[in-house]
Design a protein around this ligand. Structure first.
Ligand code: ZN
Length: 158
């Protein structure tokens, strides 16, 4: 999965993440986690989601209803939660955004409170700026001397 995969950046995806129909940070976290948990079986359940997100099942149920109203998931009988095609695209994007930001901070050695910072930053970065960061991550990996120079420079700072 790289930034050159244009699949995540649909016009609709952009509307949902940035437009008037914007998702809350919490909705983004849910979609990211549903996508993550669905990798194995193609669906997840309220209880799995609740324990993965460290929240109570009733909160999950409420959020599931909101996401279903936005047509991002289908909540079926037997408690199975499926992403719709749109929800899947977004979940995939949110997971990639999370992983790339984490990689970015790790590469530059900004590892203090890494998880917490990623969880905050991911919800506030615009799609276009995320793409630039993602490109920088690829660049730094391809040009490791550039990264070494940066770390050397950083280590000399008081
Ligand atoms: Zn996240």
């Amino acid at each position: 999965m790289t930034i050159t995969d244009e699949g995540f950046y649909t016009a609709r995806g952009y509307e949902i993440t940035a437009g008037e129909n914007a998702l809350t940070a919490s909705m983004e976290d849910y979609l990211e986690m549903i996508y993550r948990l669905s990798q194995e079986n193609g669906y997840t359940r309220v209880n799995d989601l609740a324990s993965s997100l460290n929240v109570q099942p009733p909160s999950v149920t409420k959020m599931i209803q909101k996401l279903a109203e936005k047509k991002l998931i289908d909540y079926e009988k037997y408690g199975m939660i499926h992403l719709t095609a749109e929800g899947e695209k977004l979940g995939k994007y949110f997971l990639q955004r999370h992983n790339t930001l984490k990689e970015f901070l790790s590469l530059i050695g900004a590892t203090e409170n890494l998880q917490k910072d990623v969880e905050t930053m991911e919800h506030y970065v615009s799609i276009n700026n995320f793409r630039v960061i993602s490109t920088l991550v690829s660049f730094m990996k391809e040009h490791s001397h550039f990264l070494s120079q940066f770390h050397e420079y950083k280590s000399k700072l008081p």
